[in-house]
Design a protein around this ligand. Structure first.
Ligand SMILES: [Zn+2]
Ligand SMILES: [Zn+2]
Length: 397
């Protein structure tokens, strides 16, 4: 299993470990669990890490999180590797033999694959403690999809005790070939979900003058929000303002009391982020006020941008070229406006240096599609990347 191409390079993964990783992936895929409810998943992971003889396995971290610590036989720093536990509220349409058995829940973001890769990495590294200089902390966090998981793990102190020197993670990216990796040279987007509640005055539809109709007011707000990106953000900046939900009323002959809009803001630059957040609030308040409605604007805690540490991005590239070949390592030519809560662990948020890289998977269906499946082709690349990154970081090169 441990081939050597130069010092300390894991060049391939044993067939048995790959088979086991795939069995684990299929089992996790069959049994998805939503954010902060990942009890079966967490239990399985903790059991697996215990069986590998981990020095420490903590369960119920930040609810359902699991953290395992593997101690190498040589002294050195600590590196963290992270995967996510949660699935999405999506009805699966893959028709796979290992499709979800939980109605309306699905691993549609590849977290089943991320977990399988990290467990196999744990097995690979547990078998070579003698060459590990320091410790590897395996972080399995809950609730990535609802955006609170990483922040809660951080509050629970997962980056300290022992203090983590760097953190790595991978995420499925269907846009590239299975087994290729891709680096986001510019930060992946920050997200700010919001809710605008317009409180009007209900009445009979035939007597609109007796009420305050929140639907046309909400429509004006939705339309005006479209002008933020087109008119208030410089064309060379990237930003998105989307209203994805607009709920109001129950019948055609009643003017409803309230309308609720829900949306999300995506940005890459903190100054642009602040400007848009302020603008959304201002537009909603002033339009509602102009028509005599009350308004309640709330911003949920979103996720910060993912700003990879350049020197660790270089390490990922170097390891990628060495173990996967230069043809399989790419720089992203598109900017992703998708959000990932991995940014919470990074230096900009008071965390540590780190890098999230992308891994091509078998399907070309988008993540969060009901037909998405991580597949098995990318498992080996993922395991090789994670194992070698840990070894190389700890060895200081
Ligand atoms: Zn997702
Ligand atoms: Zn995801």
């Amino acid at each position: 299993m441990v081939g050597r191409m130069g010092p300390k390079v894991i060049a391939s993964v044993g067939k048995q470990i790959l088979e086991e990783a795939n069995t684990i992936r299929e089992d996790l895929h069959r049994h998805p669990e939503l954010a902060f409810q990942e009890r079966r998943t967490a239990g399985m992971i903790a059991k697996y890490l215990h069986a590998l003889g981990f020095e420490m396995v903590s369960e119920r971290v930040a609810g359902t999180g699991v953290v395992g610590l593997l101690r190498g036989e040589r002294p050195g720093p600590t590196v963290a590797l992270r995967a996510e536990l949660d699935a999405l509220p999506i009805r699966e349409k893959t028709g796979l033999p290992y499709a979800s058995t939980c109605e309306g829940e699905m691993h549609a973001c590849g977290h089943d694959g991320h977990m399988a890769i990290l467990l196999a990495t744990a097995r690979v590294l547990a078998g070579m403690r003698e060459i590990i200089c320091g410790m590897v902390k395996f972080i399995f966090q809950p609730g990535e999809e609802r955006g609170g998981g990483a922040g809660k793990m951080l509050e629970a102190g997962v980056l300290s005790n022992p203090q983590v020197g760097a953190i790595f993670a991978l995420h499925a990216r269907p846009q590239i070939q299975a087994g290729e990796i891709e680096l986001d040279l510019v930060p992946a987007a920050a997200s700010n979900p919001f809710e605008i509640r317009i409180i009007g005055k209900g009445c009979h539809a035939a007597y609109p003058h007796m009420g305050i109709d929140p639907i046309p007011i909400g429509s004006l707000i939705v339309n005006s929000l479209q002008q933020i990106v087109s008119r208030q953000v410089a064309p060379y900046q990237r930003a998105v303002v989307t209203v994805g939900a607009f709920h109001a009323g129950s019948r055609g002959n009643i003017i409803s009391e309230e309308a609720v809009l829900r949306g999300t803001i995506r940005t890459r630059d903190p100054a642009v982020q602040k400007k848009i957040v302020d603008s959304v609030g201002r537009i909603a308040r002033e339009i509602a006020g102009a028509f005599g409605a009350k308004v309640d604007v709330r911003f949920e805690s979103g996720t910060p941008r993912v700003a990879n540490t350049p020197r660790l991005m270089d390490l990922v590239r170097q390891v990628g070229v060495e173990v996967l070949g230069a043809d399989n390592v790419r720089d992203a030519d598109e900017v992703t406006m998708g959000a990932e809560d991995f940014g919470c662990y990074l230096e900009e948020q008071g965390g540590v240096p780190g890098c999230l890289f992308r891994l091509g998977v078998e399907t070309d269906e988008s993540v969060h599609s009901a037909k998405f499946d991580f597949g098995r082709q990318a498992l080996e690349s993922g395991i090789l990347m994670m194992s070698n990154l840990a070894i190389r970081y700890l060895a200081g090169r």
